[in-house]
Write a protein that binds this ligand. Structure first.
Ligand code: ADP
Ligand code: ZN
Length: 612
């Protein structure tokens, strides 16, 4: 069998997604891989497919024990023998799993990083060949990231003790250049092939709504109502907010549960399962919830508060629409969220492993991250473009599937004159000052610094007196984003003219897209996010419902979450294709040979009854 046959046979897919084939081929040829792909892009298959083609047992290091269960259940459902080894097993179960493993029963074993150091486990790995070691959430090895796990640092030792070095695959959804370098060095990757696919997730619709703290809950209720019957996550910044929102939703009769690090383990596990198994429709949670959540039918993610940076935002929002169905990611923004986050950053304890200097740099980086996040919330630019640029990708100007791309919510303003005034001011002041001072001069403010530096004499003084501070901040962001202005970075960033400045200074119009409320200079609620997400291909809803019921029944019998049996996307494809024979059933996306054998008959029977 080759990799494509495995993909079809076990996972039911006809083609690899971008990046998957490259990663699979490299691992099969013995080359290490560092794979950076957004959540939902399909990282798991990159090591699961090779695991099925290589002799011996593939080890998967994964940070969250409670969630390995899910991955393993999904593999078992696909007819792949896999197991997990973690502290949730009784000693007896653990022993049994080890014995099975020693006999070569499993193709994949998921382990917590702490497990690697135990004698039992090391003994096992001396006995059975380990051709491949996959490290999931590999950014946990880096102290620069927010999910640092010291036990990840010992993966390298473990690998060195093995009789034969396995090929290594490292997988993550978030990796800045520093984190990437750390992953490579600290895991000991050997000239890895770096696979980084585009970060775009076209099925996600992004929306930002400006609402006062008081209006947030009604806005949330409205979204839940539009999303009737679908699963979703509501992220809040504080535990207290989680409790309040969850409570209030229940009072409105919504099927909601909650998750945060302050809850007892048992309750957390229970609530998480309720959500995974669709017993609770809405999960209200802090960012403690989600890493390793593979639930594929999350239709919406609402951020009740703005998170601290775009990386967190994109990772959390990206938990929607994993199966490729259209999904909605709405951020409810109020200005207070900025202060609250800034406070949290300053309060955060220092990492004892960093020097004072490094710690300061980390904190500075976090504030810069927060500024970028705030910019996302206030920009009139395409939201998707804003995210993609953040991840260093070229982006189109308008995606047509975000709230800023809705014509009625934004307006194109000609800001040519203001831009020229601003650039001229930066030049006149000798490219020596930061944004605050430049704007103070332009707006003719009599601030302490302006007086100290004697800037009231400048030609630029007061020439943009008529503009609001917010407007000029947006203009600055806009010019920075396009390289017309440059910022030196660091603690006191200085503005300079960028390569695009000359052309603007020569004259002409320059259009900046702004949120309509910003254009009018007063806050106003937008209508945009009220719309339903991009339309799914129409299907026979009644039939889809019956298929879902059948799936849920089968899942309950098997004791696994519904989406592990078949994803919503697979059921939709089934509705569209209406297979009548086993062969046709196999052509449905997400149906592999094993699932055909296991579930084919039941679904085919239902589909034939559904007769048209
Ligand atoms: P990640 O780990 O990158 O967040 P997953 O591995 O959980 O993403 O995959 C997300 C979803 O995409 C899963 O439901 C998976 O079955 C599906 N998927 C992965 N690869 C493919 C493919 N080649 N074709 C169709 N669906 C795929
Ligand atoms: Zn857009």
């Amino acid at each position: 069998m080759d990799e494509l046959a495995v993909l079809k046979q076990y996972f039911g897919y006809d083609a690899f997604r971008p990046g998957q084939r490259e990663a699979v081929r490299a691992l099969l040829s013995g080359r290490d891989v560092l794979c950076v792909m957004p959540t939902g892009a399909g990282k798991s298959l990159c090591y699961q497919v090779p695991a099925l083609l290589l002799p011996g047992v593939t080890l998967v290091v994964s940070p969250l024990i409670s969630l390995m269960k899910d991955q393993v259940a999904a593999l078992n459902q696909a007819g792949v023998r896999a197991a997990y080894l973690n502290s949730s097993l009784t000693p007896r179960q653990f022993q049994l799993a080890l014995e099975n493993a020693a006999q070569g029963m499993y193709r994949l074993i998921y382990v917590a990083p702490e497990r690697l150091e135990t004698v039992d486990f090391q003994y096992l790995c001396q006995q059975v060949p380990v051709p491949l070691l996959a490290v999931d959430e590999a950014h946990c090895v880096s102290q620069w990231g927010q999910d640092f796990r010291p036990s990840y640092l010992r993966i390298r030792d473990f690998v060195e003790k093995l009789p034969r070095r396995p090929v290594l695959g490292a997988f993550t959804a978030t990796a800045t250049p520093e984190v990437r370098a750390d992953i490579e060095a600290l895991l000991g990757l050997d000239v890895p092939l770096c696979v980084a696919t585009g970060f775009d997730r076209p099925n996600l619709r992004f929306a930002v709504e400006h609402v006062s703290a008081r209006d947030k809950f009604p806005a949330l209720l409205r979204i839940l109502k539009e999303q009737e019957g679908r699963s979703g996550i509501v992220y809040c910044l504080a535990r207290r907010t989680v409790e309040e929102v969850c409570e209030a939703l229940r009072a409105y009769g919504a099927s909601a549960t909650r998750y945060h690090a302050g809850l007892p383990d048992a309750e957390r596990r229970q609530n998480q399962d309720d959500f995974l198994y669709d017993r609770a429709r809405v999960m209200v949670a802090t960012n403690a919830f989600g890493m390793g959540i593979y639930k594929s039918n999350v239709a919406f993610v609402v951020h009740y508060n703005m998170p601290k940076n775009l990386e967190s935002y994109y990772q959390e929002a990206g938990r929607a629409g994993r199966d490729g169905s259209p999904a909605l990611c709405t951020l409810l923004y109020s200005g207070q969220d900025i202060k609250r986050n800034a406070f949290l950053i300053d309060r955060e304890g220092d990492n004892p492993l960093l020097s004072e200097e490094q710690a300061r740099a980390v904190r500075e980086g976090m504030h810069e991250g927060l500024r970028r996040m705030a910019r996302y919330c206030t920009t009139g630019d395409c939201l998707r473009a804003c995210i993609l640029r953040y991840f260093g990708e070229q982006a189109m100007n308008a995606c047509g599937n975000c709230s800023n791309c809705d014509e009625e919510s934004t307006e194109d303003l000609d800001v040519g004159d203001e831009a020229r005034a601003l650039l001229a001011c930066v030049r006149e002041l000798g490219e020596r000052f930061g944004r605050t001072l430049v704007l103070a001069v332009l707006r003719g403010r009599d601030s302490k610094r302006v007086r100290e530096m004697n800037l009231a004499q400048a030609r630029a003084f007061g020439v943009l007196r008529g503009c609001t501070q917010e407007h000029l901040m947006l203009l600055c962001d806009f010019l920075l984003e396009r390289g017309i202005l440059l910022s030196s970075g660091g603690t006191y960033p200085v503005l300079r003219l960028g390569p695009g400045a000359e052309e603007i200074l020569r004259g002409g119009a320059l259009y900046m897209r702004v949120r309509r409320e910003a254009a009018e200079g007063r806050p106003r609620r937008t209508r945009d996010a009220r719309r339903a997400p991009a339309a799914e291909a129409p299907v026979d809803e009644a039939l889809l419902e019956r298929l879902k019921e059948l799936r849920n029944r089968l899942a309950a019998t098997a004791g696994v979450p519904a989406y592990v049996v078949f994803s919503d996307a697979t059921l939709r494809d089934m509705c569209a294709k209406r297979p009548r024979t086993q062969e046709e059933f196999l052509a449905v996306s997400g149906v592999g040979a094993y699932k055909l054998r296991r579930y084919g008959a039941a679904f085919l029977r239902l589909l034939s009854e559904g007769g048209d």
